[in-house]
Design a protein around this ligand. Structure first.
Ligand code: ATP
Ligand code: MG
Length: 425
């Protein structure tokens, strides 16, 4: 036998048994963004490598070690997108969507990062994200958080996630803070892990995000960014907190929340869960007023978030909230003999036209009654339609319940759609 080829490590198939949960999640996301008036943007999966280097930042996990970068046939350096914000800004600038306009956008699709695969962490994964451009004030920060909260509500996850919030101030405030932080870290250099020692000068704020226990303990005494904020940044944050309280969104201020990408300023946030172990962040984002101009556009305020779909699906599975996904088939149509097959095909088609929501599967491939009933059962359908010589002669269809103990009924072909509509609601 020929050797089988396997999928790439960390890149998953979503199998037919799993896709109903995915579709449910995707449907909830689409419905939510629609109800907030957001528009979809779709960008290519591959971009010029420089786009990510210039936006995400050279000294970040993503750019330092996680990108899938390769040379195109003409030698250009291309990268499989590791996230969606950079591409959205690139497209917005390129098509003139951002200058002097407001845009409320969303996207959904695969992202690629060369990470060590583990539960909740993969090399191809999917993100849903929203990005809003052109609004400076904190009400829009509150709106994107309301949108995210509405997702949890619709998915039944509200009790299982919590919001962590912080502010990074503006770039000059962060520069002042950075100096104070570096001075503090220098005093305690010997207690820093290797990564933190390296980042102390290149990207010291990222040290706050260190997963190392000893570093985290040390940071309890580090200077706090909050103390370096100017009046405007303070007012922005206070207004956001006020709005969140007014709409009933609970949050915890976490002064160590800095996020792994360079482009954020002011508001940053993460929705976290303790039901998934180490990979507990299910949605993350913030404000990034500098990015549009950094990528060649005009100064444009911006705020957004990205949510990892694998972690949401895992969470729904872990909490056993994935059970209510609809069956793939409602009605399985069987037919005995060649003439009956023709009528059965027509009946199935009539039903699909009259009842667009009804899921009708036709038996194909022949076989005796017993075999066809076995298939009907396996399909998960609630009812089998039986079309044999007798039914054909009488212009009737037998409707056989496959679950529970209802009795089989002969139904006039003309009345079949109404009969089924009544049965399957
Ligand atoms: P982490 O600290 O877990 O590495 P991150 O800061 O790199 O997360 P973001 O770039 O903010 O994550 O991405 C937003 C969300 O996308 C994450 O909160 C997570 O839900 C999801 N995500 C990120 N990387 C992966 C991955 N490799 N596999 C699955 N989901 C991921
Ligand atoms: Mg990461």
């Amino acid at each position: 036998m020929a050797k089988q080829i396997q999928a790439i490590r960390g890149m998953n198939d979503i199998l037919p048994t799993q896709s109903p949960v995915w579709q449910k999640v995707e449907a909830v996301l689409r419905a939510s963004v629609a109800s907030f008036g957001y528009s979809e943007i779709r960008t290519p999966i591959v971009e010029n490598t420089d786009l990510f280097k210039r936006s995400i930042g050279e000294v970040t996990d993503i750019v330092e070690k996680e990108m899938y970068t390769f040379a195109d046939r003409n030698g250009d350096s291309l990268t499989l997108r590791p996230e969606g914000t950079a591409s959205t800004v690139r497209a917005g600038n390129e098509h003139g969507l951002l200058y002097n306009q407001e845009q409320r956008l969303w996207y959904m699709g695969p992202m690629f990062r060369h990470e060590r695969p583990q539960k909740g962490r993969y090399r191809q994964f999917h993100q849903f994200g929203v990005e809003v451009y052109g609004i400076k004030s904190a009400d829009i920060d509150a709106e994107v958080l309301m949108l995210s909260a509405s997702l949890w509500q619709k998915l039944g996850l509200t009790e299982h996630v919590s919001l962590e919030l912080n502010t990074l101030g503006d770039s000059d405030e962060r520069a002042a803070y950075r100096e104070a932080l570096v001075a503090f870290l220098e005093q305690h250099k010997d207690k820093l892990d290797e990564d933190s020692q390296r980042r102390m000068y290149s990207n010291p704020l990222r040290v706050l995000d260190s997963k190392d226990q000893q570093v985290q303990a040390l940071l309890a005494d580090a200077p706090a960014l909050m103390d370096y904020l100017g009046e405007d940044s303070k007012a922005h944050f206070a207004r956001l907190c006020e709005l969140l309280e007014a709409v009933g969104i609970q949050y915890r201020v976490n002064p160590r929340l800095v996020r792994g990408l360079d482009y954020y300023n002011r508001t940053v946030f993460e929705w976290v869960t303790d039901s998934l172990g180490a990979q507990g962040t299910v949605l993350a984002g913030g404000r990034y007023d500098g990015l549009v101009s950094q990528l060649g556009g005009k100064e444009t305020p911006a705020v957004g978030f990205a949510m990892g779909l694998e972690r949401i699906v895992l969470l729904l599975e872990t909490l056993e909230l994935n059970a209510d996904v609809a069956a793939e088939v409602d009605v399985y149509v069987t037919a005995m003999g060649d003439d009956c097959v023709i009528e059965a095909m027509k009946i199935a088609q009539e039903l699909r036209e009259k009842l667009p929501k009804l899921k009708v599967m036709s038996h194909c491939g022949g076989g005796n009654f017993k075999k066809q009933m076995k298939r009907a059962d396996k399909s998960g359908a609630g009812f089998a339609l039986i079309i044999g010589e007798t039914e054909l002669a009488n212009n009737k269809v037998a409707v056989k319940p496959l679950r529970g103990d209802g009795a089989q009924q002969d139904v006039e072909r003309q009345a079949l759609a109404d009969y089924l509509a009544e049965l399957i609601k």
